[in-house]
Ligand binder design. Sequence first.
Ligand SMILES: Nc1ncnc2c1ncn2[C@@H]1O[C@H](COP(=O)(O)OP(=O)(O)OP(=O)(O)O)[C@@H](O)[C@H]1O
Length: 324
Amino acid sequence: MVRMTAIEVNGLRKSHQGFEAVRGVSFEVAEGEVFALLGRNGAGKTTTIEVLAGFQRAGGGSVRVLGHDPYAERAAVRPRTGIMLQEAGFFPELTVAQTVDAWRGFTDAPRPRDEALELAGLTARARTRVRQLSGGEKRRLDLALALLGRPDVLFLDEPTTGMDPRARAATWTVIRDLAANGTTILLTTHYLEEAQRLASAMAIMDEGRIVASGGMAETLAARGGRVAFRLPAHVGTGELPLPATVTDGLAVCRAADPDLAAQTLLTWAAERGLRLEGLEVRAATLEDLFLEHAPAAPGRFAEDARGAEDARTGESSRFAEDAR
Ligand SMILES: Nc1ncnc2c1ncn2[C@@H]1O[C@H](COP(=O)(O)OP(=O)(O)OP(=O)(O)O)[C@@H](O)[C@H]1O
């Protein structure tokens, strides 16, 4: 089957009050694909989504959603798209069920209320007032509303922020099922493991430009991985069989094939009667790529980013287990 292009972005530019938030961005998303648009705060992701959803006119370049200009041909595009923005405008005194019913009134051929609530895992909260929902539950209500019109294209801006691990895993299943049934999904997220698991293609934005993009599997394979271990006492970096950087006694070798690099290092160590304490072999993760291409601004957040790199392995595997 030939997959059509559902979203086309060509040289998109967009300014807010003289500040150019998006500076010539191009990418394509195939029908039924999950595409992750990534980048640190302020990179221009939401602005791009707002243009794609037809809320704002492109300042330069062109965008097409399902073959149409989403701003000029809004009537053709809007009924076929669903959107979950970061800030939902709910009425706090309505219940969840009343909110869905109100939204159904604005939607052509909407899903039944119960089906939408079930998809978003909100069946048990149907009679709860919106103001009493937790942050994660509000995101789930947003998801229910975005899915009401059975959209062909779904824009999800940080869809799982505030969700607990179980709700997040359930949302991933919904997203995967929708894509398997042909829905095209463009999502932004700061949870890189989420992007790595869900998306088959991605682009990393920084300061309004794309700094890395491509198929998820291919891009990660091309980056290679790393082997880390405690540098044995009295061994100099120059004695190692592979180039390594050493920080605070932790040696890190980057390698296209990290398994092979680990074998080389272990053989070398065994021949000398040395142990490689804390040996860790890892394929590249999206987080590696992200930290490389979207470095933190100088100052406090630069240090946070380094902390994230050190803590990364433990954090992401804990999350992975919770979510399984
Ligand atoms: N309405 C607006 N008026 C002025 N500046 C804006 C407006 N909306 C966004 N910006 C600025 O444009 C830049 C890009 O914002 P945008 O919301 O697109 O980033 P983002 O990548 O979605 O960030 P985040 O991850 O924090 O959501 C930011 O510097 C932001 O301050």
